[in-house]
Ligand binder design. Structure first.
Ligand code: HXC
Length: 258
């Protein structure tokens, strides 16, 4: 896959999408997000791929939506635009597991896109923030909602109202990121996690992700019923038979992804 603003690489069942707009600290311009959405659509349709990593550079995962692109927009421009729903939200709609590997600045829309991923692995140099208030706006791609779900009201209010950044250690303490690793190890650790996920049954991993995400939308009773029904449905799959048989036979499972 050849793109201008992102690099897509593959290693077995894992694909990595890397933002590649270094001069603008990977600010998420329309063209870049169109490319991300296109790459994700192709990777979702690709039966070999079981997990995706979304990453940036050492200096910046992404410093936000592109301020220069938005600066002169009118209300109607921004209201009529389908860029955010169609392209940025493609990350949230992606059905296979996707990990954000974050180093450096992860701000505004960058933090919002990272939070659309299933989990965030951060380098010890990562800095997270929702600084939109400094620009006379507020988060517009899920920051007020996903950040609050991730770290709770008090810290989300603090981040969105002061516009301050938090370092990786604070982000881990707050539950925004799942692990913090030395910068040099970031892609290795993310790659190992992605390979582990991609080595499982792909449809079962997809259903697991779907069920965890459902917990944000449903009451506990509905969520438990949803989990139970999907769990039961897994007994129709070859991979459930293989996984349990392999355990009993004391060998590694060979999942066929069906
Ligand atoms: C466009 C950006 C950018 C952005 C950085 N750049 N962030 N361009 N949009 N979000 C550009 C700068 O203009 C500059 O270009 C180059 O990248 C390097 O940035 P510097 O500021 O010179 O770097 P530095 O001094 O190291 O400061 C890094 C920084 C700062 C702290 C990350 O760049 C910064 O505060 N950026 C904005 C962060 C932000 O407010 N993000 C939220 C955006 S709004 P030139 O050409 O001058 O060299 C948003 C809303 C989402 O995300 C919701 C949408 C619905």
């Amino acid at each position: 896959m050849k793109y201008d603003m992102i690099e897509v690489t593959r290693n077995g069942a894992v694909a990595t999408i890397q933002f590649d707009r270094p001069k603008a600290l990977n600010a998420l311009c329309t063209e870049m997000m169109v490319e991300v959405a296109d790459a994700l659509a192709k990777l979702e349709a690709d039966n070999v791929i079981g997990c995706v990593i979304l990453t940036g550079s050492d200096k910046a995962f992404a410093a936000g939506a592109d301020i220069k692109e938005m600066q002169n927009n009118s209300y109607m421009d921004i209201y009529k635009s389908d860029v955010f729903e169609k392209h940025h939200e493609a990350v949230a709609r992606f059905r296979k597991p996707i990990i954000a590997a974050v180093s450096g600045y992860c701000l505004g829309g960058g933090c919002e896109v990272a939070m659309m991923c299933d989990f965030i692995i951060a380098s010890d140099t990562a800095k997270f923030g929702q600084p939109e208030i400094n620009l006379g706006v507020m988060p517009g791609m899920g920051g007020t909602q996903r950040l609050t779900l991730a770290i709770g009201k008090s810290k989300a209010m603090d981040m969105c109202l002061t516009g301050r950044m938090m370092d990786a250690e604070e982000a881990e303490r707050a539950g925004l990121v799942s692990r913090v690793v030395p910068l040099d190890d970031l892609l290795t650790v993310a790659g190992e996690a992605a390979a582990k996920i991609a080595g499982q049954s792909h449809p079962i991993a997809m259903m697991t992700k779907e069920t965890i995400n459902a917990s944000f939308e449903m009451s506990l009773t509905q969520g438990l019923r949803y989990e139970r029904r999907l769990f039961q449905s897994m007994f129709t799959t070859d991979d459930q038979k293989e996984g349990m048989t392999a355990f009993v036979e004391k060998r590694k499972p060979h999942f066929k992804h069906k």
